[in-house]
Design a protein around this ligand. Structure first.
Ligand code: SAM
Ligand code: SF4
Length: 424
């Protein structure tokens, strides 16, 4: 008998082989000192990771550690150096769509956010604004004012749930709607997004509906509703919901948001208006700075080390802090492209052809035909849009992918700063 992990690994490997038309695994190797070629990349985003938190949540898989002022400052000195090293790899000033600060709780370094943005501005020209993830404890008028003055236009608050029962289950507090509403009234941002976690034990649609309503009432114009994922390396004791129940919840949430006139702009996100956007993921290419940050370019995907100490040491030697890199075959790059694009619930054939110079139908005609036949997607003018069923199965497959690829990789990288290699 296979255990669940083996079964997931078989499914993801079989899908990978089918879509890449190769038995070759995704092979990540330890190379770090190569020049990154991104002069000609279009629609590129930037990401900065700040891995410090006031306290650690048991369920959280991200790269983070307890905040220490001195260590955080040393880290940011190195982060600024990394931006200089990578920024100098292209000529002139490169146009990018956006800059996102994630973590961790990046606002713990509020006094240095402006300095980081100013460094980015030496090498990059940002067209669609700057976003930052906030913990509810960061919601103070003085802090938000500083962030706004530094150039931040979008904020995303990790609420998880307004319901005290689920806050307690997750070991969270401070998500008080009245207080949040007051602060958001005093300092306005173009996008105010709020993160929620769903599919927690005993959670009902009524609980989620109440969270969604409270979010929009207290100042959000965008929400992200993530399914709870039980990563094997976290200390969380919370058990996820059965898949059937999860699907019912996801469909009810989606239908409810549509009935309120909200727009679905990715698998998990809904917005009140067109200007409200918050997404560090749905980009063709991105450059990542800081521990654990990932970079996706035409020819490669790379991940920085998860160790703050080793990150600082590498930067002090003027070497990129890359831990693992995969150099893509064309088919592998196409899979990455389709996987990231699918987060937006749409794949546009014209955009695919512009990116690869090959028609989407020529590469994946059979798969698209089957996806239409089984009711996972609809097509209009070459744009494939996921149906509710398609979005559920993408989300379902994505959980498999997360648990068999990301869980394995992050599990290793948390304890080994520079592994020799990983095959997925
Ligand atoms: C880096 S955290 C958010 C910012 C801030 N540190 C906070 O906790 O409020 C990013 C988001 O990932 C989501 N998240 C974290 N762990 C998760 C898990 N195990 N399953 C699903 N979503 C998770 C949460 O919604 C969280 O707000
Ligand atoms: S959920 Fe947020 S606050 Fe909690 S450990 Fe993760 S990054 Fe830190």
């Amino acid at each position: 008998m296979y255990d669940i992990g083996e079964a997931m690994s078989i499914i993801t490997s079989a899908t990978r082989m089918w879509l890449t038309k190769s038995t070759k695994p995704f092979r990540f190797v330890n190379i770090s000192d190569e020049k990154l070629e991104y002069d000609n990349e279009q629609n590129m985003g930037l990401y900065v990771h700040i891995p410090f938190c006031r306290q650690i949540c048991d369920f959280c898989p991200y790269c983070k550690e307890i905040y220490d002022r001195k260590k955080c400052n040393k880290y940011i000195d190195s982060l600024i150096q990394e931006i200089h090293i990578v920024g100098k790899m292209h000529k002139g000033k490169k146009q990018v769509t956006s800059l996102y600060f994630g973590g961790g709780s990046p606002a713990l370094a509020v006094e240095r956010i402006e300095e980081i943005i100013n460094t980015i501005n030496i090498y990059f020209y940002i067209t669609e604004g700057i976003g930052i993830e906030l913990h509810p404890s960061d919601l103070e008028v003085s802090k938000l004012t500083k962030l706004k003055k530094a150039g931040v236009t979008k904020i995303c608050i990790g609420i998880q749930s307004f319901n005290e029962k689920f806050q307690a289950l997750l070991g969270r507090c401070n998500a008080n709607a009245k207080v949040i509403s007051q602060v958001l009234n005093d300092v306005e941002f173009e996008t105010v997004s709020m993160d929620f976690i769903f599919a927690l034990p005993s959670q009902t649609f009524e609980d989620l509906k109440s969270d969604i309503d409270t979010a929009f009432e207290c100042g959000a114009n965008h929400i992200a509703v993530y399914p709870f994922i039980d990563f094997t390396f976290t200390k969380s004791k919370i058990k996820g919901m059965k898949s059937k129940k999860k699907r019912e919840l996801l469909d009810l949430i989606t239908e409810y948001c549509y009935s309120k006139g909200y727009r679905r702009d990715s698998i998990w996100t809904f917005s009140k208006n067109h200007t409200a956007k918050y997404s560090s993921m749905t980009r063709d290419n991105f450059l990542g700075f800081g521990c654990s940050a990932t970079t996706l370019l035409k020819d490669r995907f790379k991940i920085n080390t998860f160790s703050v100490e080793e990150y600082i040491k590498r930067i002090n030697k003027h070497i990129l802090p890359t831990s693992l890199t995969i150099k893509f075959t064309l088919r592998q790059r196409m899979i990455y492209y389709l996987f990231w694009s699918a987060y937006s619930t749409k794949v546009d054939s014209a955009e695919f052809e512009k990116f690869f110079g090959i028609p989407l139908k020529r590469m994946y005609g059979l798969e698209l035909f089957l996806a239409k036949l089984f009711g996972f997607v609809t097509e209009k003018d070459g744009v494939y849009s996921m149906t509710l069923k398609g979005a559920f199965y993408f989300h379902y497959y994505e959980s498999f992918y997360t648990l068999s690829y990301i869980d394995k990789m992050w599990g290793i990288m948390r304890t080994n700063a520079f592994p020799d290699g990983i095959s997925l």
